[in-house]
Ligand binder design. Structure first.
Ligand SMILES: O=P(O)(O)OC[C@H]1O[C@H](O[C@H]2O[C@H](CO)[C@@H](O)[C@H](O)[C@H]2O)[C@H](O)[C@@H](O)[C@@H]1O
Length: 283
């Protein structure tokens, strides 16, 4: 297939990022968000699965680059399961915004934050008292709890109704709210995808990075890539423009390339794999 017009960056910085990745792939990290980037958005988070082309594309890329990483708000083990990543050598999964790390079948994680248990105990009563509309659904993620409004009759209105009260509840217990696509996640502070990505890039001595994301939780990773460019790490920022929902404007505006959802991300990954499998000078 090769790099088509759809998979070519539109900015000078993005073209420089892609050129650096192709010239020295072993010095490159390819890092991807999960929901909305590798997996299409669906109403029930338990049913989210990576695009069928994602795992084969990552399997082809992993031996050719410095690292392939999935950087997600999901528990790392769930992203491994829903992504079909278990048997792919060289994939690192940074879960819970970087609090967890899965690599070679091993999960490392800090002890749970006590505020999560406190919020868990109070949440149902608080939501009822706030008049949370029917369809409001709580995802218990172990290290955090996420309040989803996608399945209510008016998801955006429900999200706005709950946003401030959830911020207050989180603060009462030393947590923060991570807003996402029709979801308010109450989670421990001190981690974000920017710090998680930067740590991995430093660990691998990366000289280039491709990062693809679709949601507000990916903004710190975009900012990290932008901040590393002047330090000599070339970066290609890809926005997975959600199919169905409007794309997150902040990401689309900062991206070097916008692709149509997970199918577009997979098309890009496949094209990169093919490009890297061709014999080329210097590789
Ligand atoms: O960092 P990510 O991998 O993008 O995870 C962010 C959140 O994704 C999930 O919620 C989103 O996807 C769901 C399934 O498609 C969708 O129903 C929901 O509306 C989206 O917000 C996940 O459920 C959350 O726990 C993650 O934090």
């Amino acid at each position: 297939m090769g790099l088509s017009d759809m998979t070519r960056p539109l900015t000078d910085a993005g073209r420089a990022g892609l050129a650096a990745l192709l010239a020295a792939p072993r010095d490159a990290v390819i890092a991807l968000d999960f929901d909305g980037t590798l997996a299409p958005i669906v109403p029930d988070p338990d049913r989210a699965r990576a695009d069928p082309g994602a795992a084969p594309a990552l399997r082809a890329l992993a031996p050719r680059v410095g690292a392939v990483a999935v950087v997600t708000g999901r528990p790392a083990a769930l992203a491994v399961e829903y992504g079909g990543l278990a048997g792919i050598d060289g994939v690192v999964v940074l879960g819970h915004y970087g609090a967890e790390r899965w690599e070679n079948g091993r999960l490392t994680a800090p002890p749970p934050h006590p505020g999560v248990a406190a919020v868990r105990a109070e949440l149902a009563e608080r939501l009822a008292a706030l008049g949370a509309p029917e369809g409001t659904w709580v995802e218990d993620k172990g290290r955090s709890v996420a309040v989803h409004t996608r399945r209510t009759a008016e998801p955006t209105a429900a999200f706005e109704l709950l946003r401030l009260p959830m911020e207050r509840l989180a603060a009462e217990h030393g947590l923060v709210v991570e807003p996402g696509r029709l979801v308010l996640e109450l989670r421990p502070p001190g981690v974000d995808k920017g710090a998680a990505l930067t740590g991995l890039l430093r660990e691998r001595g990366a000289r280039s990075v491709l990062y693809a994301g679709d949601d507000l939780g990916d903004v710190p990773a975009f900012a990290a890539v932008e901040g590393l460019r002047p330090q000599g790490v070339a970066g290609l920022l890809v926005c997975s423009g959600a199919v169905g929902d409007a794309p997150v404007r902040e990401l689309a505006d900062r991206a070097d390339l916008v692709v149509p959802g997970p199918a577009g991300v997979v098309e890009l990954l496949v094209a990169l794999g093919e490009e890297l499998s061709r014999p080329a000078a210097g590789r």
